[in-house]
Write a protein that binds this ligand. Structure first.
Ligand code: FPP
Length: 271
């Protein structure tokens, strides 16, 4: 049962927005491209890394809100395969912030029944980062609430290539050289095997790109782009994204039911 008191103070903007959210039609999986940390810092004459540091507060609030809303999955894009091209100091700070976050936030993850996992080419990360990730994954493994996924050293194309390689290994092992691969089998070998695809993809800072994020999985996701920079993104912005999501008509390539009925009636009249 969702405890609304934990989501909005009486009389707050959050409460007004929450009133507009249909709690029975929440997205199951929300994925976020956290963008705009650098611009947030630049706007304050601060080094870029300060934007990332400030972004941690948004991560904390959004993950906790997702858990309280009882969403099933939240996936945050924290570090792409392309992000290695950034200055060494920035990469090192991002990794340090991640380790710090995992250490400090483990209690909050446990208190909120959140299961944590990392997706991406995790074995390409520094061993000290891998250790912290494993630790948080193991400690939270039995939690049954929100699944919080961080995409690290992640690329959508890299994931597809890794999936093809995994499938080839499976087929070799099972001696099935002439097997037919279908979409379900392919999905079952992605990093996100067994996890529903995102219903809602949020991108902050106004850019209209998917930036190599969950390319296979976002096939039917609704996309919400906000101009808000990630360090400013708060619970109310998540509520706004959900309200926007709920205003869309999801058809998965079909037509909506009333249109379908109209076509059936027209067909019947013609025949
Ligand atoms: C994009 O902003 C943001 C990132 C590349 C990193 C996001 C990381 C964090 C919020 C902190 C660490 C994360 C966790 C999950 C604890 P940008 O630097 O590309 O911004 P810009 O486009 O304005 O330059």
């Amino acid at each position: 049962m969702i405890d609304l008191r934990k989501l909005a103070e009486p009389g707050s903007i959050e409460e007004t927005l929450l009133d507009r959210v249909d709690l029975k039609r929440l997205p199951r999986h929300v994925a976020v491209i956290m963008d705009g940390n650098g611009r947030w810092a630049k706007g304050r004459n601060l080094p870029r890394v300060e934007g990332h540091r400030a972004g941690i507060a948004s991560v904390r609030e959004i993950v906790e809100t997702a858990a309280r809303l009882e969403l099933r999955v939240m996936t945050l894009y924290a570090f792409s395969v392309e992000n290695w091209k950034r200055p060494r100091y920035e990469v090192a700070t991002l990794m340090m912030l991640l380790k710090e976050y995992l250490r400090k936030e483990l209690k909050t993850l446990m208190d909120n029944n959140i299961r944590f996992t990392a997706i991406g080419r995790v074995d390409g990360l520094d061993p000290s980062v891998q250790r912290e990730l494993k630790y948080a994954e193991n400690e939270t493994a039995k939690n049954s609430g929100l699944l919080f996924q961080i995409a690290l050293n992640y690329g959508g194309r890299a994931e597809i290539v890794d999936t093809v390689n995994r499938i080839m290994a499976v087929l070799r092992e099972r001696e099935m050289s002439d097997a037919q691969i279908d979409e379900q089998f392919f999905s079952d070998h992605l990093y996100t095997a067994n996890i529903d695809d995102p219903d809602l993809l949020i991108r902050t800072s106004g850019e209209l790109r998917v930036s190599n994020f969950l390319l296979w999985q976002i096939a039917y996701a609704e996309i919400h782009v906000t101009k808000v920079l990630w360090p400013d993104f708060r619970r109310r912005d998540l509520f706004e994204a959900i309200i926007d999501f709920q205003s869309r008509e999801r058809r998965y390539g079909g037509v909506d039911e009333s249109d379908a009925q109209m076509f059936i009636e027209a067909d019947n009249q013609q025949s």
